[in-house]
Each structure stands twice: as C-alpha cells, then as structure tokens.
Design a binder for this molecule. Structure first.
Ligand SMILES: Cc1ncc(COP(=O)(O)O)c(C=O)c1O
Length: 362
C-alpha cells in the first residue's frame, strides 16, 4: 500500500476511547456546541466555497499582516493543507526538510509520496530548539520546502523571532518555501514570534482549530500563503474533500470572532494545568524533561533510560490512563504528556502515572 497507517494514530484509535484519564491528548479541553452557545439550527447543510466561506477567510486574514482573504485557504484540518502543500511544492525529484519530532503527518506525507526527505533533528541538549546552523547544512540544490513546527508537538519548544527570520532567509536563499506549523502559537507562555506568512511571500503559515480551541471535531484548519499556493490547495482539495463542513465553518467563524473573550479563558486553564504538571514533575524521582515553553504537551523521558512502551501500555491497560509512547512519534525513550484537558482529570491521571512508575521500577 502506498499510504501506511501512522503509528501515532493507530495508538489513538486503539486506546483513547477506553480510558478514564486522558493525559496524552495534544489539545485543550474539547468544547461542546452547548458550551459555545452557537445556534446551528438555521445553518444550511450545503456544499460551501472551495476555499472556505469568504467571511471566515476574512476573519482569519485579519491576524496576518499584509495578507487578505485571497491568501487564506480553509481546509479539513491543518492536515489537509499540509498534504496539499507538500504535494504541490515538492515534486518527485525534489527534497523536503522536515523538523523532527513533530506531528507525524508532516513527514509521513513526504514518505508516502516517496519524496526525498531530510529530517532536521531537534536535540535534548539544545532544549529541542531548532539549530539554524544545522538547517543551513541540510539544504540541497533541490530543496523546495522546509517545515518547522513551533511551538513544537511533542516537546513544547518554541522558536525565537530571530530564528524564524533566519529560517526564512535560508529558504529564500535556497529558492524554497518555509512552512511553519503554528498550531500552538496562541498557547505560548511568553509573547510569540510574528506569524510566518506576515514576514515573507515564501513563508506559509499553517494552523488549526483543533488544539488551542479544543475543536478537533469541526475539522477546520487553514494555510495562509501566496496566491499560487492557495490555488494549488484548492485544486488538491477539490479532488479529496471538495469543501469544508458547513457546520464546522460556522463554529470556527463564531469562535474566532470572539477570540479575545475565549482565548484568555483557555490560556488561564492551560497555565493552571501547567502549574500542576510542573509541581508533579518536581515531586517525582523517575522522569526528567525539557520544560515546555508553550502549548499543552511535553515529552519527559525515563531517567533510567529505555523505552516507554511498557509504561504507556501499563497505564492504558491497568490504570486506564492515556499517554503516548515516544515510539509512536519516533522519539523513543520519551512519552507525550498532555496538560490541556480537564483539571481534575489531569490530577487523577498524574496520580495513576505515579503508580505505574512505581510499578515498573519495583
Ligand atoms: C502540530 C500539529 N499540526 C497539525 C495537526 C493536525 O491537526 P488537524 O486536526 O487540524 O488536522 C496536529 C495534530 O495533532 C498537530 O499536532
């Protein structure tokens, strides 16, 4: 088969629905239509504009200095935009550089399409920050796309404004594009760097309603890019999903319209959860970590070393607690701990994690 299943998604599909405590999810608490108080009764369940409703695109474009709705393609999650952009920009003989670790589809699409893939590896010793000197050395004459994910999933590391500018410069010099997955940008603990697409026509911003906003079920994401890329996304998506869910678009537009009311509430909850994780990490003896600088995920590892498969499986099966083994994200020895969900569930989940750690160390 050309497309193989992603180990991360298999793990989710197999286990996430059978646990009591989910401390592996990579987003904030899932919201309900009721909580959002959005009246969907009159929404016409029709096909929509293929790039997304203009009013939604306009709402999105407001955030990206120098861009208009013509630069916005709203897609079925960031995943669809990622697929379309790689398929369009990276031909069979071209090279793509993908920061690693990251959400696996960013590199898996390139593998599935049999593109020449180079990984820009993030290192524990660099605090999982991308090294621009390393990136520069990886560029080849046929490099057409470089992708970064910051804030990073699963490590929670962030990129600085200067690093972002340097990455754009490297891509420009190579005649390539730079795509930055900014899905977690609104959840940075410190002020974020500028949105990539607002800095250069060769920079593409990718993001999603799935993580910060707790709305993966509406399947809405988008890319902000130069017009030819937006057109290419439209061409790809017309062959796959045609357009977005009409319900999803209405919800996304309402939420973005009220972002200044909703975001502070979400951020407050995330920061209060993070405090719990920070204290918990300080109170245990078996794990070490690079403290995340953002988002709702981090990637601790066992101090004694070795795989975390046994730990995560024990957690699911005996302690009914969901985390993600690093092996599912090509980050062996670590596991993903998510702290975006319900406060009480996080506390209970960490307690289960403590019990499982005692068990595997005894
Ligand atoms: C960094 C990152 N980008 C993109 C995605 C895919 O998001 P979507 O639900 O919008 O397709 C994920 C999902 O985990 C992610 O973590």
């Amino acid at each position: 088969m050309t497309f193989e299943r992603m180990p991360l998604e298999i793990w989710f599909d197999d286990h996430q629905f059978e646990v009591d405590y989910d401390i592996g999810e990579s987003g904030t608490k899932f919201l309900t239509v009721k909580e959002l108080e959005i009246d969907l009764n009159e929404v016409e369940l029709r096909y929509g504009y293929h790039l997304g409703h203009p009013s939604l695109r306009k709402e999105i474009a407001k955030q990206y200095k120098g861009n208009s709705l013509d630069n916005v393609a709203v897609t079925t999650g960031a995943s669809e935009a990622n697929f379309a952009i790689i398929a369009h920009l990276v031909g069979p003989k071209d090279n793509i550089i993908v920061e690693h670790p990251t959400y696996p589809s960013l590199y898996q699409v390139a593998r599935s399409l049999r593109r020449n893939l180079t990984l820009l590896k993030l290192d524990w010793n660099d605090g999982f920050r991308p090294r621009m000197d390393k990136l520069r050395k990886l560029v080849k004459p046929n490099t057409k796309l470089i992708t970064l994910t910051h804030p990073n999933n699963p490590t929670g590391s962030v990129i600085s404004k200067d690093e972002l500018k340097e990455a754009i410069e490297i891509a420009e010099e190579a005649g390539a594009h730079l795509m930055v997955d900014e899905t977690y940008r609104d959840l940075m603990f410190d002020p974020p760097p500028p949105l990539a697409a607002s800095l250069s026509p060769i920079a593409i911003s990718l993001t999603s309603m799935s993580k910060t906003w707790g709305l993966p079920g509406i399947r809405i994401g988008w890319a902000v890019a130069d017009r030819p890329i937006v057109e290419a996304i439209r061409a790809v998506r017309e062959q796959v999903t045609i357009c977005n869910s009409s319900l999803g678009e209405v919800i996304a537009k309402e939420v973005l319209h009220k972002r200044h009311e909703i975001l502070p509430v979400i951020r407050k909850a995330v920061l209060s959860n993070y405090k719990v994780v920070e204290e918990w990490m300080g109170s245990q003896d078996w794990l070490e970590w690079v403290e995340p600088k953002s988002g709702v995920v981090c990637a601790p590892r066992l101090k004694r070393g070795g795989s975390t498969d046994e730990l995560c499986e024990l957690l699911v099966k005996k302690y009914r607690t969901f985390t993600v083994p690093g092996s599912r994200m090509e980050l062996d020895g670590h596991f993903r701990l998510g702290f975006g969900g319900e406060h009480e569930e996080l506390i209970m989940g960490l307690e289960q994690l403590r019990k499982a750690l005692i068990e595997i160390h005894s």
